[in-house]
Design a protein around this ligand. Sequence first.
Ligand code: NAP
Ligand code: G4F
Length: 327
Amino acid sequence: MPRALITGITGQDGLYLAELLLGEGYEVFGLLRGQNNPKRPLVETTVPGVRLLTGDLADLSSLLRALQEAQPDEVYNLGAISFVAYSWENARVTSEITGLGVLNMLEAVRLHGGRERGVRFYQASSSEMFGKVQEVPQRESTLLWPRSPYGVAKVYGHHMTINYRESYGMHASSGILFNHESPRRGPEFVTRKVSTAVARVALGLQDRLVLGNLDAQRDWGFAGDYVDAMWRMLQQDVADDYVVATGRTHSIRDLLDAAFAHVGIDDWSGLVHQDPAFMRPAEVDLLVGDATKARTVLGWEPRVGFDELVAMMVEHDLAEQRALAGR
Ligand code: NAP
Ligand code: G4F
């Protein structure tokens, strides 16, 4: 039975990846931080087969202990402070966890004897690293130009992963994943903020939605599809870096069109307001990825398209909001 350790088990991707690995017959361990993490029950009910170990990406010895306990064949480093807007106000802690946390995890795997034991490592890199894009679409070779403290921290983790591969011969791969969403997406991210608000407007529970920049464009895919690409990367004989994306981009306005249309509202102009509080000091205007390498080498394809993804999220939030309102 192969064994896997996932950091970031309480997050959107951690849950989908755990489901996938359990389905593939893995013994799965999840790293949980804090003495009383409020998301422990969510993990225990969603993926009851996962064994939880405590640890923090800021604490090398806790990572070593987790590796000792889990004895994993594969390590998926999904843990991070992942909200871009938060990273300007909390740049140092973002650097420490999203950046230096990767070094801690790589170093823990190295000290654990990762190369000798054949441990395979996955780093959750991000399209946010492309920032002020130097090429359209973005691919593995595109120059990185991060536009946020989060993006800078991810670039550090990305290059450190490559460095451990080249310096120590570790099987360390980096997935440059474009935005991926689901009903499990945190409420702070724009897709979930929109799907929840649209559901609440449709149910008469809310009368307006306040957003920032409506013109930014993102290449949005479904998280369930993207964790499959992570797993495929670690099944390769040779570690490498891969862009994972749908190749299609949509603006926040397109997202609003699709989400409101799903509940029968064609004109949302009076329902959506803009507030500078949600604008960013520097914006990533356009992301669209070229996943040719993932398609050809990994045999990976996205299965869920944009309209289906938005419908899935709005439907989920309609049911959730109805239940919360006791209807
Ligand atoms: P998420 O839902 O925000 O989950 C982040 C996870 O990191 C949570 O489990 C969180 O645990 C954990 N974490 C935070 N600080 C930690 C620490 N000090 N030590 C250990 N764990 C810590 O993120 P996601 O959407 O699942 O994304 C997974 C990874 O992919 C992240 O690294 C993210 O940056 C990256 N990524 C995401 C996307 C995307 O579109 N979703 C795209 C590209 C890359 P708590 O619950 O305890 O806070
Ligand atoms: O949903 P977002 O917060 O995601 P963002 O910044 O693209 O980051 C996500 O994807 C990255 C991959 O590229 C990940 F690495 C990262 O961890 C995270 O998962 O914002 C998307 C866009 C931005 O342009 C933002 O300015 O939506 C715009 N937006 C407009 N109004 C808003 C809002 N974003 C949020 N969160 N809230 C708003 O009210």
